[in-house]
Design a protein around this ligand. Sequence first.
Ligand code: UDP
Ligand code: MG
Length: 196
Amino acid sequence: MEVGKPEVTFVLGGPGSGKGTQCGKLVEKHGFIHLSAGDLLREERNSGSKDAELINEYIKEGKIVPVEITCNLLKKAMEANGWDKSRFLIDGFPRSQDNLDGWNEVMGDVVNVSTCLYLNTSEDIMTERILKRAETSGRVDDNEEAVKKRLSTYLESTIPIIKHFEELGKTVEVDSTGEIEDIFSTIETSMKLVEE
Ligand code: UDP
Ligand code: MG
């Protein structure tokens, strides 16, 4: 770990790939701080801030919110958690080249991105999980039409980011089909959080 710099793991994967669930478990067992970009955006929307309406429109359409907004929320949340002594899981960001460029501009020199955890499962499973979650989530984008849009944004814009981190040797890919506990064990060994 570089001295004085927070260490960041980006957690990426399609909608319903299990990012939030597995981040929760990593927090519990391994002491990461979990920041979900989607959760921060929903919080900001609900606060009725000047960006609230814009954020809601982007989320409903499964489009990517302008990076200035998201990056600013992430930075504030990191600062609020204790900037320099923490290991952060940043879930659901960066979702596009534009997201990554915006992040690098502001955060490139002040944090160390060590890993991109990539949760990979099939489109059918992701869709099935989200439609199940829709029964209770109350999210404006948990419906069949929005899921299609979210999946296509993911394939078009986010997969290239995962590939980019792969080229840097930072992507850790885990098959996130199956049981939560099994997937978590695979994450723990793949990220070298436990002995194999
Ligand atoms: N979103 C965004 N930028 C981000 C994270 C989320 O624009 O960095 C928006 C985007 O519209 C996305 C929605 O918030 O479809 C929900 O994101 P979240 O990560 O919560 O959903 P998931 O990918 O887990 O389905
Ligand atoms: Mg999520």
